[in-house]
Design a binder for this molecule. Structure first.
Ligand code: DX5
Ligand code: ZN
Length: 225
């Protein structure tokens, strides 16, 4: 079954002083999901925001809040992110020793469970947790910052993960350096959810957000043909 192309703008590149308005703007511009990058200054070399900020902006859109936790440990904070209004909670396989437990905890909170792996992490770490997953997020940059260059070696990993997933109802998401130039290749390799921060928010106006989202979606759909 072919899963639909989903464009998930990362609010990391939004104007944080107007975060609710920025989320409402990408919602109207055609975003399918709202991607929230949570960083702790420990697992990754940058700090962003946590559950209170997600809760504060949750009302700005009815769309899926796709929460990418770049934090270690993650388990003590899962309930707070669920309570804040996350729909999908993704933890990094590298962030703790008990991935299976983390995924069970997310589903027990009634949320969809995702795992993310860094560019240097082999895909076999997800092999024995596939049936606990709703989403696999393959990092196409080293996490921590927006605006970095796409790492092409991950294309081969996308193809391998697609084969591992088989017919299971799991979304394959890519994150980092996704632009109209790289979207076709990731979709062709098997990714169906495309996160983009700087490529969506460039221009800074509602009209540019729509043009940017449309261009990424068009390139991804063309890549599939
Ligand atoms: C990186 C974050 C990404 C980031 C992507 O650590 O997980 O979501 O915002 O930014 P761009 O699209 O600018 O590479
Ligand atoms: Zn992310």
């Amino acid at each position: 079954m072919t899963r639909p192309i989903i464009i998930a703008p990362s609010i990391l590149s939004a104007d944080f002083g107007r975060l609710s308005a920025e989320i409402a703007a990408i919602d109207s511009a055609g975003a399918d999901w709202i991607h929230c990058d949570v960083m702790d200054g420990h697992f990754v070399p940058n700090i962003t925001f946590g559950p209170p900020v997600i809760k504060a902006v949750r009302g700005a859109s009815k769309k899926i809040f796709d929460v990418h936790l770049m934090i270690a440990p993650a388990d003590p904070f899962l309930a707070a992110f669920a309570d804040a209004g996350s729909d999908i909670i993704t933890v990094h396989a590298e962030a703790g020793p008990h991935l299976d437990r983390s995924l069970q905890a997310i589903r027990a909170l009634g949320k969809k469970a995702g795992v993310s792996i860094n560019p240097g992490t082999p895909e076999n770490v997800i092999e024995y947790v596939l049936d606990r997953l709703d989403l696999i997020l393959l990092m196409t940059v080293n996490p921590g910052f927006g605006g970095q260059a796409f790492i092409p070696a991950v294309l081969d990993k996308i193809r391998r993960v697609k084969a591992l997933v088989g017919n299971r109802p799991i979304d394959i998401e890519v994150d980092g350096g996704v632009t109209p130039e790289t979207a076709g290749a990731v979709a062709k390799a098997g990714a169906n959810v495309l996160v983009a921060g700087s490529a969506v928010f460039k221009g800074g106006t509602a009209a540019s957000y729509k043009a940017n989202i449309d261009a990424i979606r068009k390139a991804a759909e063309a890549g599939r043909e």
